[in-house]
Design a protein around this ligand. Structure first.
Ligand SMILES: O=C(O)CCC(=O)C(=O)O
Ligand SMILES: [Fe+2]
Length: 313
């Protein structure tokens, strides 16, 4: 008897031919995207526009960043929890992360760069911005496809205008013998959408609906596109975010990147097209950033599904 192949996520190709809006390829890719998000909460995207040179440069920039002394890295603060420097956290001792808020704007990239390198670092600033631009493009293609399939383009356009992008640089120290190999605890993202990218050391694992954890192989031009809690509320529960974690198997350190979208200054509300007798309204309109603060309250920490606790009907 042959053994079953290892389960994996659907892979969706975002090469030029699939990106011509309205073309046959675009339409069939859109359906694949929605099916994958509804079935898994995420998928693997191959994005040929992202070159291996870009892969090398962004991770070189990341190394440079993590090589800075800790007292410099902690200058990366934010009024939003976990959007700035995170490190030396007892339950995830291997994890260290820094975040560029408003990563798509020159102002956001410059503010971060000048804070950490007062004498400037054009290489870092330009690379981070270029990476963000490409990731935002992928995010917007995916979300445009989703909104077309659901017939909610107008609602998406208004969210898009209010989208704020967070680029997170993440490093996991290689575990020492008796240390936990848990890089990051199982969680769903609090974002609207997330795009994850790994360097050559694997570790990202995603929980399937049957409870099985599967490991995602890193490749230079592949990304995991993942729905966050806010996307579940917006789609009235049609798309559920997947639980994921990082397990550090070897002793090697691991670098990864997360590109997250958040909705600022407008309430996220379920589009009326997604509500009918079979799909009653499941979520009240809510403020995304207030939701992030809620996660860190006692009630938010206790809750099995904080998004339902926060704005569920
Ligand atoms: O490091 C990774 O691959 C995953 C990071 C992650 O899940 C997160 O930052 O939310
Ligand atoms: Fe995550």
């Amino acid at each position: 008897m042959g053994s079953l192949p290892n389960p994996t996520l659907p892979t969706i190709d975002f090469s030029e031919k699939n990106l011509e809006s309205g073309s046959t390829c675009w339409i069939s890719t859109s359906k694949d995207v929605v099916r994958a998000l509804e079935d898994y909460g995420c998928f693997i995207a191959t994005f040929t526009k992202f070159s291996s040179e870009m892969h090398e440069s962004i991770f070189r920039a990341s190394e440079e960043l993590f090589d800075l002394p800790t007292d410099v890295k902690i200058l990366n603060t934010s009024t939003t929890p976990s959007h700035g420097y995170v490190g030396q956290v007892p339950i995830i001792p291997l994890y260290e992360g820094l975040g560029i808020e408003n990563a798509l704007t020159l102002q956001g990239a410059k503010k971060f760069t000048n804070l950490l390198w007062p004498s400037g670092n054009d290489y870092f600033c330009d690379t981070a911005m270029e990476y963000s631009k490409i990731m935002a493009e992928l995010d917007q293609v995916v979300m445009r496809m989703v909104s077309q399939v659901y017939g909610v383009e107008k609602s998406y356009e208004s969210l898009l205008k209010s989208t704020s992008y967070l680029l997170k640089f993440i490093k996991y120290r290689g575990p020492e013998s008796d240390e936990t190999s848990l890089g990051i605890v199982p969680h769903t993202d609090k974002s609207f959408m997330s795009i994850l990218h790994q360097r050559q050391v694997k570790g990202l694992e995603i929980k399937l609906k049957n409870g099985e954890w599967i490991a995602i192989d890193p490749l230079p031009s592949t990304f995991v596109v993942m729905a966050g809690d806010a996307c579940m509320a917006w789609t009235n529960g049609r798309i559920e975010p997947s639980q994921h974690r990082v397990m550090m198997k070897g002793r090697e350190e691991r670098y990864s990147l997360g590109f997250f979208t958040f909705i600022k200054d407008v309430l996220i509300q379920v589009p009326e097209e997604l509500v009918d007798d079979d799909h009653p309204m499941q979520f009240k309109p809510f403020d995304h950033y207030k939701y992030i603060h809620f996660i860190y309250t006692d009630e938010g920490k206790r809750s099995k599904s904080p998004i339902k606790a926060y704005c569920g009907v």
